[in-house]
Design a protein around this ligand. Structure first.
Ligand code: CTP
Length: 421
């Protein structure tokens, strides 16, 4: 099957020019280059909505030296290059797309979950090491057979039947992240697992224990970039995969509503961290520690997730009528904004939600007009006294008791006239 026309329609003009150019350069050394993986799958599905996000990430396999080829391209195009000599892979970063070039390779797994040992191989070796048949197709970019589909494992047939199929029975145990990836494709594309694959997936759920925290986290981040990650999370919950990552983790119906609400409030770039906070919303403090330790999450996000639960426990303090802005400020100032946002989404109380939103959109930005330097000029000595004056000023500003710089000065004078107790 020749897909030359598909390629021309699917790839943006500049990107097309670039991949042809790379293939031409490779040909000078007698090397061949192929498009491979997700781009081939999505191009065959002809669904433009599958082009994920504004960036285009393209995978290419080189029968030859991918790093050397990428170095030449990076030099000619003056773009950033990230090379992994050990794996024979290189990433080229352009403004609107990244290209991953990989030397065709054979992989062997010393033990389940380990990173594979890599040796150079043919295109077919490279395709059989992949996760699913629908991701194990390639398209030639060489001039003599440009556009030719290489599909030794019948990925196209599986695409037509909307099936996700592993290439061999050890696939999930070699690399259990494929359990998470498979469910992601199942939900994104509305496909089904082929019967034997479904059996293997269920059998190998315990193999998730062999995957490092960093890799599990990476897959969850990937899931959180989906349009509707709650579908993936729920399914992973039903399959017992979430439970395997952290025993108390569930993907129940509640998550769907909260994720949906998060999407209506936040820009895509902020969503993944927020999803993490919502995912753990019904865990206990002890369980969340287990989750954080398992996933080796970055410090800032871990803090936001802990704060999410601490604040959840304190929400009753905010569920009162007539709280002054300064009181709200003092109750919330120590929490990570992300944790406040997560609670604003997840709380059942409309009053608490409004209060949290007022803090997030207004109160946290309120500043006094006078600063420490100016107070010094007014005779306030630095240290605890100044700290107190600033706090009173800030509170008065929050509560609308002072508005202008002159009001603030007036207040400071009245404070400093008072005898110290
Ligand atoms: N791959 C694999 N096993 C993995 C990860 C990746 O076999 N554990 C292979 C698949 O062939 C996949 C390709 O590497 O198609 C590229 O991986 P990635 O960029 O993660 O996936 P895409 O197929 O591009 O999918 P997505 O649309 O989710 O980005």
């Amino acid at each position: 099957m020749n897909l030359a026309r598909h390629i021309e329609q699917y790839l943006p003009g500049k990107l097309l020019e670039l991949v042809k150019d790379i293939s031409g350069q490779a040909a000078k050394h007698g090397e061949r280059v192929y498009l491979v993986g997700g781009v081939v799958r999505d191009l065959l599905l002809r669904d433009p909505s599958l082009r994920s996000g504004p960036r285009f990430d393209l995978d290419m396999v080189v029968e030859g030296d991918a790093v050397k080829l990428a170095q030449q391209v990076a030099e000619a195009d003056q773009v950033e290059l990230l090379a992994h000599h050990r794996f024979g892979t290189a990433k080229l970063r352009y403004d609107n797309f990244t290209l991953d070039l990989a030397t065709a390779r054979k992989e062997t797994y010393a033990r389940p979950g380990a990173l594979p040992a890599v040796t150079p191989g043919t295109l077919e070796d490279d395709l059989i090491r992949r996760d699913f048949s629908i991701n194990a197709m390639a398209i030639s970019l060489a001039t003599n057979d440009y556009g030719e589909l290489i599909d030794p494992y019948h990925g196209r047939r599986d695409l037509e039947h909307r099936l996700i199929r592993v290439l061999h029975p050890r696939s999930f145990s070699d690399d259990a992240t494929r359990i998470l990836r498979g469910v992601c494709y199942e939900q994104r594309l509305s496909f089904e697992f082929e019967a034997q694959t479904a059996r293997l997936l269920k059998r190998d759920i315990p193999m998730l224990d062999t995957i490092s925290g960093d890799r599990i986290r990476h897959e969850l981040e990937h899931i959180f970039e989906e349009n509707r990650p709650e579908l993936v999370i729920r399914r992973l919950g039903d399959l017992g995969a979430l439970h395997r990552i952290t025993p108390s983790l569930k993907g129940d119906g509640w998550i769907s509503e909260e994720f949906d609400r998060a999407r209506r409030l936040k820009k895509p770039a902020q969503l993944p961290s927020l999803y993490f906070c919502l995912l753990i919303y019904s865990l206990s403090e002890r369980d969340i520690e287990q989750f954080l330790a398992r996933l080796n999450l970055p410090a800032k996000l871990s803090r936001a997730m802990r704060d999410t639960l601490r604040l959840k426990a304190s929400l009753p303090l905010l569920d009162k009528p007539l709280l002054k802005p300064s009181e709200i400020y003092h109750l919330l100032r120590e929490y990570e904004p992300l944790a406040i946002q997560a609670n604003a989404i997840a709380t059942q109380s409309p009053r608490v939600r409004r209060t949290l939103q007022v803090f997030l959109t207004k109160l946290r930005y309120v500043r006094t007009a006078l600063n420490g330097e100016e107070l010094k000029k007014m005779g306030i000595s630095p240290g605890p006294q100044m700290g107190k004056v600033l706090e009173v000023l800030h509170g008065a500003k929050l509560d609308g008791e002072v508005r202008t710089r002159a009001d603030e000065k007036q207040l400071v004078l009245s404070l400093s006239l008072r005898p110290e107790r």
